[in-house]
Design a protein around this ligand. Structure first.
Ligand SMILES: [Zn+2]
Length: 411
């Protein structure tokens, strides 16, 4: 097959013929004489697009390198299915020597070319500065482009490399493909992930004065580094003694920046401030919430203490206090002490509800509080403590808690 995408990565359409076809339960596959569709290879997904055959439009859904050559999966497009009431079997139209017109999904391809070339540039600058290699590359369509470097780098070092890589973009250097002979290759220092059998295709970034990178690669790239637009490092994780860097280039980086900008604009609106003051404003609000929580705790505690002191009949009957699930821990301790001083026998405070269970502090004055542990364990409580107080969680209902404790207290 004539790989048109290798010599001209900007070719969007071509005419060619079908060289062969396979029909399996997974779909129809064709082999073609000339192709603008790069197959899945070297960490990059296959190009998509469509072919026009007679009056029919077929989607090109996938392309895989097989022993028999590059095989493309095709199927009638949705619009074709809608336009024609009944369509011939694919095996009747995908016949050898049929003439077809191919159209590449060029927007998707160009996005990949920007991101793929950006990966070469950043890996190249890191390789030049640290001698590291990119030992794993993945160009997904909807997430980050990741590159796995086989040596450690700090955040500061990576940000410096990001700046160097972007300087290569500003210099708008040529990106060229070449096919050196075995002899010529011996004198060229190039990066390669694998030992390549047969003809090596080298991608050189640079001009006569400056060579940024030389790498063996089969994929389509942009012709000048300026087309990459921007290389932005988005994520850094330590990976097998080296580092996995997630980047975005070109239009994909712009979309990412727009997304982040929308988030920041939403926050500045909510906080009624500008973005430079945003962090300070959020910090101020957090402090305010902390103060309010402390005031609320005091008020809640005061209210319950006054109910205990006035002899609230509910508390008088059970010597137990039930409060909301998010009741703060500090006031719980104070209320427990007030209960203990007021009543003999077991007392306790329970924060929660019947569905999600209760946190508790319990025990008693002149009693070993730990004697309450086996009693509460009967209704599934977990926890521990000492003779002054026990604490923990119980997944039970208010009624069960009241009855198990008050029954014992009455004995
Ligand atoms: Zn490449």
């Amino acid at each position: 097959m004539n790989k048109l995408y290798e010599n001209d990565s900007y070719m969007k359409e071509c005419n060619t013929v079908i060289n062969g076809a396979d029909f399996t339960e997974n779909g129809a596959y064709i082999y073609i004489r000339d192709s603008i569709f790069f197959p899945e290879e070297g960490g990059q997904y296959a190009d998509t697009g469509c072919i026009i055959l007679n009056a029919y439009e077929l989607d090109v859904l996938d392309g895989q390198v097989t022993d028999g050559g590059i095989r493309y999966r095709v199927d009638y497009s949705d619009s074709c299915k809608k336009s024609f009431g009944e369509l011939p079997a694919l095996s009747d139209i995908l016949v050898i020597n049929s003439e077809i017109h191919c159209v590449l999904d060029y927007d998707k391809r160009y996005d990949r070319m920007q991101n793929h070339t950006g990966e070469h540039i950043l890996t190249g600058t890191v390789h030049n500065d640290y001698g590291y290699n990119n030992v794993g590359f993945h160009l997904s369509d909807d997430g980050l482009v990741t590159l796995d470097l086989d040596g450690p780098l700090t955040y500061g070092q990576i940000i410096k490399e990001e700046a160097r890589a972007n300087a290569v973009i500003y210099a708008n250097l040529p990106v060229r493909a070449s096919y050196p002979s075995k002899d010529e290759l011996k004198d060229i220092a190039y990066r390669s992930k694998i030992d390549i059998e047969g003809q090596v295709r080298l991608i050189t970034i640079g001009d006569d004065k400056t060579t940024v990178d030389i790498c063996a690669c089969c994929a389509p790239h942009v012709a000048h580094t300026g087309e990459v637009g921007i290389i932005k490092v988005i994520s850094i994780v330590n990976w097998k003694g080296g580092v996995r860097i997630g980047i975005l280039c070109g239009r994909r980086a712009l979309e990412y920046i727009n997304h982040r900008q929308n988030i920041i604009m939403g926050l500045t609106d909510l906080m009624t401030t500008n973005e430079d003051n945003l962090i300070e404003r959020v910090r101020g609000q957090m402090d305010e919430i902390k103060d309010l929580k402390a005031k609320l705790s005091g008020a809640l505690e005061g209210d319950i203490v006054s109910r205990i002191e006035k002899g609230d009949p509910d508390i008088d009957r059970t010597h137990l206090v039930f409060v909301d699930p998010d009741f703060p821990a500090g006031p719980m301790k104070n209320i427990y002490n007030v209960l203990k001083n007021k009543y003999s026998g077991y007392v306790g405070i329970f924060a929660g509800d019947d569905t999600s269970g209760y946190r508790y502090l319990a025990g008693g004055r002149n009693i070993d509080s730990t004697t309450l542990i086996p009693i509460l364990n009967k209704i599934g409580a977990k926890g521990g403590g000492n003779s002054d107080m026990i604490q923990g969680r119980v997944q039970s209902t208010r009624l069960s808690i009241e009855s198990v404790i008050t029954e014992i207290s009455l004995l």
